[in-house]
Design a protein around this ligand. Structure first.
Ligand SMILES: *Cc1c(COP(=O)(O)O)cnc(C)c1O
Length: 345
């Protein structure tokens, strides 16, 4: 059985066109002065994201860390939704590198932002300096933050004098799902981080974008973190090809829906996907047991938010999704692990 890898959209591999763009990329030394292909990518990304300037970074985590290091100081706190990537999946870096204490929002509403912001206490209280949004929201199952809700949150943040950083690792998916440009989803934010290495298929790289002054500072912080690269044009060329493929993400959203519909027919409990992430629960089975059984079927998925997470991407088409459903259909679910369904975290 051929493996079908739905662990993440990060498993996408550069195709021939991307590899040939990489092979022929014009390069320079981006630490000494400039790599022309990196510069072109940064200009294109800034333009798409509707920001004045952008900086290539090796990973999304580094992009978020740079933004938080630029905005958050010691004695500050920053707000993010409870299971946000910056809280759960970055080893606490924002807290110990940026020097700010994370404060988890129980829900992403203007009321929760207002109630959690600390800026009126005596001198020994923390001061909340930043709100971090995440679109799409990974732990929610790739859910989209619509433009009106985004505007309300940014509005209340400005009123409270909070800087706003958008973790837009999959902002491209959100834009395609909503039928708007990525720039519309950055309205009012100070900075944004977006991945090239996920559904868009580049082997590595993200961008972090903001004002010219922010990017000048971000370049210094990137160097501090060891993220300054020399002939980065080789990978930036892949990023430029990736940015031509934003519209292709609609196909991943279609395959996610097909997978979700098929799983529902097979008795799984499924959250209707808004983008390319499907969170589901196998009938009468714990997440580890379900993942084990899927692995035996050569269907690779992962755990997320107490559920099984499947992520669709450009290397998996409708035919592979049908194949996954056929393999699952031919398998007994429900008896193993039914006694421990309450143990799910
Ligand atoms: C993947 C991801 C990141 C980090 O990207 P890496 O390139 O893996 O470091 C940040 N935020 C969210 C929401 C992500 O999904």
């Amino acid at each position: 059985m051929i493996p079908v890898d739905l662990r993440s959209d990060t498993v996408t591999r550069p195709d021939e066109r991307m590899r040939s763009a990489m092979a022929t990329a014009e390069v320079g030394d981006d630490v000494l002065d400039v790599d022309p292909t990196m510069r072109r990518l940064e200009e294109r990304a800034a333009d798409l994201l509707g920001m004045p300037a952008a900086l290539w970074v090796p990973t999304g985590c580094m992009g978020n860390t740079i933004a938080l290091m630029a905005h958050v100081g010691r004695g500050d706190s920053f707000l993010a939704l409870r299971d946000a990537h910056v809280i759960n999946n970055e080893l606490g870096t924002p807290a110990w590198l940026a020097g700010g204490m994370p404060q988890a929002l129980p829900e992403l509403t203007p009321e929760a932002v207002r109630a959690t912001t600390l800026n009126t206490g005596p001198y020994y209280s923390m001061r909340t300096s930043l709100l971090c949004l995440e679109n799409t929201y990974n732990a929610g199952g790739g859910t989209v933050l619509p433009t009106a809700e985004h505007a309300r949150l940014v509005g209340v943040a400005k009123e409270l004098r909070l800087t706003v950083h958008l973790d837009g690792a999959r902002v491209w998916n959100a834009a395609v799902a909503l039928g708007v440009s990525p720039a519309e989803l950055t309205a009012g934010v100070d900075t944004v981080q977006s991945c090239l290495s996920k559904g868009l298929g580049a082997p590595m790289g993200s961008v972090v974008a903001g004002t010219e002054e922010f990017v000048a500072e971000a370049r210094r912080i990137r160097k501090m973190l060891g993220g300054g690269v020399r002939q980065g044009g080789v990978v930036a060329a892949a990023g430029l090809v990736a940015l031509e493929r934003i519209e292709d993400l609609a196909a991943d959203h279609d395959t996610a829906r097909a997978l979700a519909d098929g799983l529902v027919e097979l008795g799984w409990r499924v959250r209707t996907p808004e983008t390319n992430i499907v969170l589901a629960e196998a009938p009468g089975m714990t997440v580890p047991a379900a993942l084990e059984r899927l692995t035996a079927l050569n269907v690779l998925a992962g755990p997320m938010a107490g559920l099984v997470r499947f992520v669709t991407h450009r290397d998996v088409g409708k035919a592979e999704i049908d194949e996954v459903l056929t393999r699952i259909r031919g398998t007994e679910w429900g008896e193993a692990g039914s006694s421990s369904t309450t143990a799910r975290s």
